[in-house]
Ligand binder design. Structure first.
Ligand code: BTN
Length: 251
């Protein structure tokens, strides 16, 4: 089988309800746009080989050479009261575990949505809300060579191939991500983050590091059970719900 995210390659690997329906375009603006305002049921997944206007957090672009990355979005309708930022962490945990399963390397989470291997960003999560619907986008740099990675990034970029020294099957990786995401999502919708918190904390790369949050320096205590980031600033300990966190020694 060629390395592809086409339905005939991916669908036989799927076991749960995430991926039904499975939408696929060889190239598209953004997989997020295939699901936002779509009316598809929960569990719908959109995937592509290449995005021409991939969306990142904070209005940034997400770019990749065609055929190198895992680019997928999942539509969810969480119960009222569950927050989209928490869901981003749930997805980050699922992706980190799937990366570890595929590479054998320990993937860590840089709050709120980055995944790091060897302190290089290999993946990002973007949660976008429309009414009661959240579309969670996951982008993983899988088979990029080092010279194919963007160099203007805030955290040095990496890929699974660069970290592990070999190429990876993107379809199998997507199946692992979706299986874990579905399991963690079900846990989260019934119990919140409590049962996932220990695993999130164990992968928390910011814990104990000097950070700057929207220009203010402090020391990260780590991911809080609420899903926010707890930081010690000069004037005391505070919880951060959103924003740009720079870790001084990750740059
Ligand atoms: C970030 O780190 O800023 C989040 C990046 C999220 C990228 C993924 S790729 C699949 C989905 N479609 C998009 O346009 N963005 C997300």
């Amino acid at each position: 089988m060629p390395d592809s995210l086409a339905p005939q390659v991916v669908k036989p690997l799927l076991e749960g309800r995430f991926g039904d329906p499975y939408l696929y375009e060889e190239q598209t603006e953004s997989t997020q746009l295939l699901l936002l305002d779509s009316g598809f049921p929960e569990g719908a997944v959109a995937a592509t080989e290449h995005q021409t206007a991939g969306r990142g957090r904070l209005g940034r672009r997400w770019e990749e050479p065609a055929g190198t990355s895992l680019l997928a979005s999942v539509l969810m309708r969480p119960p009222a009261g569950r927050s989209a930022p928490e869901l981003s962490l749930v997805a980050a945990l699922a992706a980190a575990e799937a990366i570890e399963e595929g590479t054998g390397l320990r993937a860590r989470i840089k709050w709120p949505n980055d995944l790091l291997l060897d302190e290089r960003k290999v993946a990002g999560v973007l949660a976008e809300m429309r009414g009661d619907t959240v579309v969670v986008g996951i982008g993983i740099n899988v088979n990029q060579r080092r010279d194919q990675l963007a160099h203007d990034a805030r955290v040095p970029p990496g890929s699974l191939r660069a970290a592990s020294g070999r190429t990876h099957d993107r379809a199998r990786l997507l199946a692992h991500v979706l299986a874990r995401l579905e399991r963690h999502y079900d846990t989260w919708t019934s119990c919140g983050l409590s049962l996932l918190f220990a695993d999130l904390r164990a992968r928390d790369v910011l814990r104990g590091r000097r950070v700057t949050v929207d220009g203010e320096a402090g020391t990260a205590v780590g991911i809080h059970p609420s899903g926010q980031l707890e930081v010690d600033f000069d004037d005391g300990r505070r919880l951060i719900g959103s924003g740009e966190v720079l870790a001084h020694d990750l740059r």
